[in-house]
Design a protein around this ligand. Structure first.
Ligand SMILES: Cc1cc2nc3c(=O)[nH]c(=O)nc-3n(C[C@H](O)[C@H](O)[C@H](O)COP(=O)(O)O)c2cc1C
Length: 417
């Protein structure tokens, strides 16, 4: 798979890694991203270690910004990725950033970091764009890339950071932020948008988004309630976008498929349907590098029968009180809470209980309260708290490293690369 031949990878050919090559050898520069597989921005399940492992192996990791309240904590997490990257240049970058010896020329070169950052768009609406702007600034004092007022507010963190390869937006209206990225981001910062309908894909093409992620109903974690299976979603979008290329001259963005993809045959099917790559969430959850708890990883590996052992629900958003907008739910591994939710719907006609009524479900006699929820969270009790996962759990059997998992998915294990 050469980056030049793959539409998705070609978008990132300017993001390179340099290796010194050792004694008597010349340094070489090669594209960072060589495998059209992105690791999803999974809150609590992806962090610096997984991001670095995916990037080091040539995949495109998306760091989860999640439900952030403290921008400084996110910037610190991003800094923790840097020393884990297997690139001499990145290491040099860190050392230089702490001293005064960086030349003017170096400082103005937009060298991108080999990962994307993934925002939950409606949450960004609530928190304001400051963190996005700080991340876009990346390397700091570039006058042309610094919106007024944010330069002085930026902490020392920016010195060690450079712009991310891309910014990802899911769940909400990305258009104001697309404008911000185009206006304040370094030229070459790509925009990835996850969509759930054909119309949203058409709109994203019209808006000039670089990469569209088609999220199928198979997906783990949140998605739209109106979402559909990938098998029909991908080809319908491909047709619609190609038609608009012909009739309106609109460029077709790179298309990635997301949802339930765990084995090589699915990866090949996604490509056959017209995707130039895939986004994987659940498949990376049991990897050694994922920060998720081991008992939860084991539950994923033991789930089996993925269409039956997982279910879409809104109940956990009620219990967590994150205020997810109407129209979204999330796929989880079934547990006591989802079983009781189904039972209540069947026997008492209770549909999507809200507020204090939602907490009642936490006790068998339906007298649960917020205190029960807090206890379940404290104990990480998977019978009660959500284990977000896609239908692909049925195909995941063995714990392995992220690199091994990527190789297995791409059918490259035998080649040992
Ligand atoms: C544990 C978990 C957390 C997720 N968190 C996010 C998130 O914070 N933002 C986001 O855009 N998507 C999130 N997703 C959804 C992914 O973007 C993606 O659509 C999904 O993982 C693909 O399906 P798969 O999990 O079956 O591979 C999450 C998925 C999982 C499994």
């Amino acid at each position: 798979m050469t980056p030049a031949k793959n539409q998705f990878l070609a978008l990132f050919s300017h993001i390179t890694r340099r290796s010194r090559g050792g004694v008597g050898k010349v340094a070489t520069t090669t594209p960072w991203f060589t495998k059209p597989i992105a690791s999803a921005p999974m809150n609590g399940w992806s962090g610096p270690k997984l991001v670095a492992a995916v990037a080091n192996h040539g995949g495109v990791p998306i760091f989860p910004i999640g439900y952030f309240t403290d921008p400084a904590a996110i910037l610190k997490e991003l800094q923790n990725i840097l020393p884990l990257l297997s690139d001499n240049e990145q290491q040099d970058g860190i050392d230089n950033s702490h001293g005064d010896n960086g030349s003017e020329e170096e400082a103005t070169k937009a060298e991108f970091l080999p990962y994307a950052v993934g925002f939950i768009t409606f949450w960004l609406d609530r928190q304001g764009p400051d963190l996005l702007l700080k991340i876009l600034e990346g390397q700091g004092d570039l006058p042309h890339s610094t919106p007024s007022g944010t330069a002085s507010a930026t902490t020392g963190a920016r010195k060690a950071l450079r712009p991310p390869a891309a910014v990802w937006f899911s769940f909400g209206d990305y258009r104001p932020y697309l404008k911000l990225v185009r206006q304040y981001g370094a030229a070459g910062t790509r925009v990835i948008v996850q969509v759930q309908t054909v119309q949203e894909a058409i709109d994203a093409q019209q808006d000039g988004v670089d990469v569209i992620v088609l999220q199928g109903t198979e997906s783990g974690g949140h998605g739209a309630q109106r979402v559909r299976p990938l098998l029909s979603f991908i080809p319908e979008v491909v047709d619609a976008l190609q038609e608009r290329e012909k009739t309106k001259g609109l460029k077709v963005p790179a298309i990635l498929a997301a949802g339930g993809i765990s084995v090589n045959a699915q990866w090949r099917a996604a490509q056959a349907l017209g995707a130039s790559g895939v986004v994987i969430g659940t498949g990376f959850m049991p990897t050694f590098e994922s920060p998720g708890p081991q008992h939860a990883k084991e539950r994923i590996l033991n789930a089996g029968d993925g269409g039956n052992s997982t279910v879409r629900t809104r109940i956990f958003d009620e219990l967590r009180e994150f205020g997810w907008p109407e129209g979204y739910d999330g796929r989880v591994v079934r547990n006591l809470v989802t079983d009781r939710e189904e039972e209540d719907l069947k026997t008492r006609g209770v549909f999507e209980p809200k507020g204090a009524d939602a907490f009642k479900i936490l006790r068998e006699d339906r007298t649960g309260t917020k205190e029960d929820w807090k206890l379940a969270v404290k104990n990480q009790d998977l019978d009660f708290i959500p284990l977000w996962a896609g239908t692909g759990v049925g195909l995941l059997k063995k714990q392995m490293s992220a690199a091994e998992w990527i190789d297995q998915l791409l059918g490259e294990s035998e080649k040992g690369n």
